[in-house]
Write a protein that binds this ligand. Structure first.
Ligand SMILES: [Zn+2]
Length: 454
């Protein structure tokens, strides 16, 4: 059994790091925030940061190369400085912390591309829902994500600034959890998805006031303004929802891209075609897809985050504690089509065969408190059901997820120069992706945030 130990008396001297600070390769581009906004930050001297070494075991670095046995991964501050064979590291140890990972598997931290910190229900029963309640539930969700080894999440629609505050709380280490990228508030048409006066999930009447998680926009220039407002709020991504006109979605995507911010969309049917033709970066959900739409997405290299589980739950069980019935979406104007899991699987399989990048997103909009991380593992299983191999699903949860996030230079693999987001598991996920459940150690932003080895 692996043990963790602190070694302060032995000198760790790694030839690769003999030059102070970060290597030339890593400073060739100027330092920025570790999100898609890429805001310049002052250079950081890593030589003074604490050293953490994972020693022994098998490294599956996520690039697709063969696993490396007798591995060593060395971290300084929030960066990986060495990841490879222990012998090749030419390490003799001194200062710092060494963790014995013999017999374990070192893999990249997992990515969940589709969560909502503020759309959960549960936990509170006495009062109406509120942003304060959402923020508390969001912090609880951070803990559940950390337990599962999820080290990066993308929030795709929040109420007011809740997800931004959670992002900052993690960055400032007020609370342990995955790094957060957020998409500001949903941009929607008047009466469109998220602005209906009946609930999408329950079909029941809700307030006629526009919710604080939605920015309703009308016409191309207002869709541009709505994008600018989210960027002003420091959103890392933009999230659009259909319906919209072709002109509106094109204007919104152009505006965001002009400012270097990526865009994802919750859409179906012709709206997906228009978004893909407009150059949107990714499509969320498997909603009302067909062969023609998949062909359009493949041609435009539109990424795909199917969130199969969210709709599998809708069809099979509903979300009982949130009062959501099973079988589909009823009495909702914005989602006038059946929810059919078998057809979703078929379309994800076709997308994968067509070369479309597939990401892992759970989108558990209700009952996060009881469904996470189990539904993340369900998503991995359903992607396999759709035709992806264990190795494909592993890539989707790590490297491909980072590519879809536009963060592949910093996340998704365990390689020198990348951010130190690492998961250590007890069995090989390439043999069975469900082995990711066997969490032993979670390192986020260079710090051990979970240790289940003892
Ligand atoms: Zn969602």
């Amino acid at each position: 059994m692996a043990t963790m130990r602190n070694i302060f008396s032995v000198i760790i001297y790694i030839l690769l790091f003999s030059a102070p600070g970060i290597s030339a390769a890593q400073t060739s581009t100027f330092p920025t925030t570790d999100d898609t906004r890429r805001v310049p930050v002052p250079p950081h001297d890593y030589s003074a940061d604490p050293l953490l070494v994972l020693q022994g075991g098998t490294l599956i670095n996520g690039t697709g190369t063969a696993p490396i046995t007798d591995a060593l991964v060395a971290l300084r501050g929030d960066r990986i400085f060495y990841a490879g064979n222990a012998a090749g590291a030419e390490v003799s140890t001194e200062e710092g912390q060494v963790i014995d990972t013999s017999d374990l598997y070192i893999v990249p931290g997992l990515i969940d591309l589709h969560i909502h910190f503020t759309q959960q229900r549960g936990n509170f029963t006495r009062y109406r829902n509120s942003d304060a309640a959402s923020a508390i539930r969001g912090v609880l969700l951070l803990g559940q994500l950390a337990d599962a080894g999820v080290t990066t999440v993308r929030d795709v629609g929040t109420s007011n600034d809740v997800a931004l505050r959670i992002k900052e709380a993690v960055e400032r280490r007020m609370v342990d959890g995955p790094r957060v990228l957020w998409s500001g508030n949903l941009i929607a048409a008047r009466g469109g998805h998220a602005d209906e006066i009946t609930s999408t999930a329950t079909g029941k009447p809700k307030s006629t006031a526009t919710a604080s998680r939605v920015r309703v926009a009308t016409g191309p220039w207002d869709w541009r303004l709505a994008v600018r407002e989210q960027i002003r709020k420091q959103a890392d991504w933009i999230k659009l929802t259909s319906p919209y006109t072709r002109e509106e979605v094109t204007a919104a995507v152009n505006e965001a891209h002009m400012q270097g911010i990526p865009v994802t969309v919750d859409s179906f049917g012709k709206y997906t075609v228009w978004a893909s033709e407009a150059g949107v970066d990714s499509i969320e959900h498997p909603l009302a897809l067909d062969e023609h739409i998949i062909a359009v997405m493949a041609r435009n290299k539109t990424d795909f985050v199917p969130t199969l589980t969210a709709f599998y739950n809708v069809e099979k069980t509903g979300y009982p504690s949130a009062g959501i019935p099973s079988g589909g979406f009823f009495f909702t104007f914005a989602r006038r089509y059946p929810v059919v899991h078998a057809q979703h699987l078929e379309m994800v399989g076709l997308a994968h065969e067509s070369g479309i990048r597939i990401g892992v997103g759970s989108d558990i909009p209700f009952e996060n408190d009881v469904r996470y991380p189990e539904d993340y593992y369900t998503e991995l299983r359903l992607l396999k059901d759709a035709g992806l191999s264990d190795a494909d699903v592993f890539a989707s949860a790590t490297r491909v997820g980072a590519e879809i996030l536009k963060m592949a230079d910093k996340l998704g693999t365990v390689e020198a120069g990348k951010l130190a987001d690492i998961l250590v598991v007890g069995s090989n996920p390439l043999e069975d992706i469900q082995n990711l459940r066997d969490v032993k150690l979670v390192v986020a932003d260079g710090r051990v945030i979970r240790d289940f080895t003892k």
